[in-house]
Design a protein around this ligand. Sequence first.
Ligand SMILES: Cc1ncc(COP(=O)(O)O)c(C=O)c1O
Length: 449
Amino acid sequence: MSANADFVRRDLAVLWHPCTQMKDHEWLPPIPIRRGEGVWLEDFEGRRYLDAISSWWVNLFGHANARINAALAQQAQMLEHVILAGFSHEAVVELSERLVKIAPPGLTRCFYADNGSSAVEVALKMSFHYWRNLGRHKKTRFINLSNSYHGETLGALAVGDEPLYKRTYQPLLMDVITVPSPDCFNREPGESWEAHTRRMFAHMERALAERHEEVCAVILEPLVQCAGNFRMYHPVYLKLLRDACDRHGVHLIADEIAVGFGRTGTLFACEQAGITPDFLLLSKGLTGGYLPLSVVMTRDKIYQAFYADYAKLTAFLHSHSYTGNALGCRAALATLDIFRDDDVIVKNRALATCMHYAAAPLAAHPQVAEIRQHGMILAIEMVKDRNTRAPYPWQERRGLRVYQHALKRGVLLRPMGDVIYFMPPYVITRDEIQLLAQVAAEGIDLATR
Ligand SMILES: Cc1ncc(COP(=O)(O)O)c(C=O)c1O
């Protein structure tokens, strides 16, 4: 038996993989990865795969990054973890100081959790609890966008809007107020992104005007609905939303778990609208893709609503065992060092332009309805009919065919439905971007035959 096959046999005997119909592995075995280096992953037989999706959007500066490795090794010698209730440590304080400096102004408090979904839970509870501490007991609801995704735990799932993940669990989920997404794929012919986005904001304005008394917060993913087939919208939506939330006395939760840390072309997507949300959620790239860590950043005004004598019972009694883990914080600090020292955001502009030109020829493909891009995220939407934009029946799993072809060519693309996307680590080269585009084009040709 080959080294890969032997490993897969052991894997399938004991593992239950995430987000997977395990029966698919009867004909499409998982790829065992022995090591990683830069944008490349290598299997047990030395075959290499270009990680075009940053291993679920987490990796920023490559696998086995020497600087993050060194920082982690040093931290491990000092302190791996300590309880963060009643105790503290150097890495978590330094990280919080630096995050406060680089985040949109006014976000002065950091509350840590250990993955994206947990950060969403924290923000929902904090917003609800803030209003309760103020005696606003009618505020119990949240507004979300159609086609949104915020994670898989029950609260996060409830404020998402992806039926594939949500439908089964509906009886367990809180009810939310869902407003149509400004998704610019749906704009009228000839309509600009900005005009469409502004027009769609009317739905949000109406929901806030009618329901603000009962609404704690609006939650959304700034600029790109990543798990919602990478649908995108114009930054003006965030500006209009900030203003409307202020007028109606409702919090704004910006879930930058996927889009934060440079993905959309700025360090944080909210910067493109010049706004400060009431809660900024960060995870994934926070540790450069090394360790599970998340943070909810918020304003002093919100912090103060919980700050009182213990007997008033207004404290936020939420915790996770690994809250503020020292190794995770150290990886995050090393990641911020790279941003600071290497002019990453500026260099990414050139890479984003390169991605644009590499993918551009696909715009003429008869089965491609749109190529869209925000910074370092580029998505190509395959459709059955380019004129009506009718999708392929989902049962045909055309995106999966692109995935299979790309694997044969040594590229890890993992289409979202029929949307092929590039969201690579920032250490990708121009030649590697050309390879990605070439393999995507071949895959789309094959999948649409
Ligand atoms: C926008 C957004 N929010 C939340 C999450 C959930 O994060 P995690 O998978 O770490 O729980 C994700 C994960 O993909 C995400 O894309």
